[in-house]
Design a protein around this ligand. Sequence first.
Ligand SMILES: Cc1cc2nc3c(=O)[nH]c(=O)nc-3n(C[C@H](O)[C@H](O)[C@H](O)COP(=O)(O)OP(=O)(O)OC[C@H]3O[C@@H](n4cnc5c(N)ncnc54)[C@H](O)[C@@H]3O)c2cc1C
Length: 642
Amino acid sequence: MDSWWNPAVEYQAMDRIHRLGQHRPVEAIKLVIEDSIESRIVQLQEKKSAMVDATLSTDDSAMGRLTPDDTLNSRLRFPCSAVTTYRTRRVDAFLSFAFTERARKLKCRAEAGSGPSNSFLLIGSRVPHLKYAPPALLGSSHNKEGDLWIIVDSKVYDLSRFANLHPGGPNVLYVDSVAGKDATNAFFALHRQEVLHRPQYARLQIGHIRGEAAVVKPLTGDDLSTVPYAEPAFLSEGYSSPYYTDSHRRFQKAVRRFVVEYVFPDALECEESGKRISQEVVDKMGELGIIAMRLGPGKHLKGLTLMGGIVTPEEFDYFHELIIHFELARTGTRGYMDGLLAGGVIGIPPVLNFGRPEVRDRVVPELLSGKKFISLAISEAFAGSDVSGLQTEAKKEGDEWVITGTKKWITNGHFSDYFTVACRADTGYVAILVPRSDAVSTKPIKTAYSPTAGTAFVTFNKARVPVANTLGKEGQGMHVILSNFNHERWMIACTSLRTQRLVVEESLLWVNQRQIFGKTLGAQAVVRAKLAVMIERVESAQSWLEHITHQMNNMSYAEQSDKLAGPIALLKQYITRTGRETAEDATQIFGGRGITKTGMGRVIENYHRTSPYDAILGGAEDVLGDLGVRQALKKMPKTARL
Ligand SMILES: Cc1cc2nc3c(=O)[nH]c(=O)nc-3n(C[C@H](O)[C@H](O)[C@H](O)COP(=O)(O)OP(=O)(O)OC[C@H]3O[C@@H](n4cnc5c(N)ncnc54)[C@H](O)[C@@H]3O)c2cc1C
């Protein structure tokens, strides 16, 4: 025990240790919970400790932990609480005087006197050991009916008051193997480690076991997972890759930090609430150039500072872009992934590549900075795989298009300011940039994934748009639409594959900690066989994806359209089909948790529910398989025979 406990409290604490069934000393620690009253209390305590140290010790550096303002802040000046004894009041007065003297010596402007605050209790009779303790720790004990302290990974939690709120009921906490015991294994068999870090649960921690350190380390910042196959080989210790340079690795670190810090918390919240992604995340993405980088390398990056300058627009390539899609996919929140401006990834390129300069130069900066949103509106109830069946009509009246029709399942449509619309005109197909107006209405469509994607049914009711908003040439709308598909399909392949890898990581962790029939799940050969094919699918797809990405880096846009349309179609079909097999396997491995939205199987449930999206969006699997083979047959040499 720390010497600052007064004897009575110390006695109670020893009793708690006894009750815990541990002959190990418990050390009270300071808990810091951001933005909570506790964190404020802890901050104040730290300042007060610094004042005491500065007063009593000869260590001048203690004063450095205070600002001049602190020395003037009466709330910080050795307050006496209602329960402070005469003795401590004298100590208080002494300290107040000594501190002021010391502050004066150190040329800090401190004022004499003590404030009336009773927010802290000054404890201790031995002046050299004076410390402050949060009132919550005083007077509590672990010797009454209903008291419940447990240890998880060397940390001590007081669950006495929480027990009745425990989602699994209080009884499971009072069983002999948990109450007053080291319940680490029992905890991790049933909870994700992130539970411990939620403020409402983190505040239940009252101490930790002296001399022991936590073993379970959450990944933070740009940490890489050390679970086998959890990271692509180029990020795994001891492996090398011909495709990635130091620039890619630096970039990956920066993107991961950004995603962990800004995107992940927003993703968890919006995926659940269905709300649109936060403007703070959008603004940050705009500022870092992420919205622009998700469109691939090109002129649109010129003049932008990318990820704070970590990569220049000239060196940015498709592997950098792949890294962005990979890192975003690690959130394991499929609806949010589409909500995160996927509409822009497919809706901006036609404006960028085919828009008239005056329209493009006005609209694109608004879109790349995240001030405005856009979506791609091709599909209709009448036309999905068969784009040529679309019925939305564009009629020319003077120098305006008048657009009438409906579009179905338009990602981000519900909050878009612009729509890149495929229409049928007298001269053939035409693509037109349509701004939101009174003649454009959007209605959300409920799908199996989160409404955060903003999937909408869009109606154009005689929407009038200047002819200058035509994208490409009239009659060549189909070329504009088709030229967009390769990049979209490649992007879906990236996100689907990276989510599968996440599923593999979660599954390996789960089989390693789930105890069943007296062993871990990983001890079952059938389970290991499932994992084997899951890993094989991910690793083979990764190699193929990287091979195609390398070709994209070395081909012009026109060459990509000619040579890669087929391979990208086949790659996407392969990744989404194997993805659904992996989703099935993982769901079996997780059992009931694999079909439960929260908790241990959160990622698996999400992927199992949403992997069909990858198989349908941007071109349905069967259609893409067919396209890939048709492209190959088209290129069969006339001279070749068996
Ligand atoms: C959530 C969501 C978001 C979407 N976002 C957008 C968006 O932002 N913009 C947009 O324009 N569209 C969007 N779509 C539409 C999407 O692109 C289409 O759903 C997709 O192209 C398939 O069209 P369909 O649903 O009409 O299926 P259909 O064309 O009716 O096809 C049904 C099935 O028939 C089979 N099939 C069809 N043709 C063939 C063939 N030739 N050979 C073999 N099998 C075939 C396939 O298995 C296919 O899955 C979205 C859809 C969803 C569900």
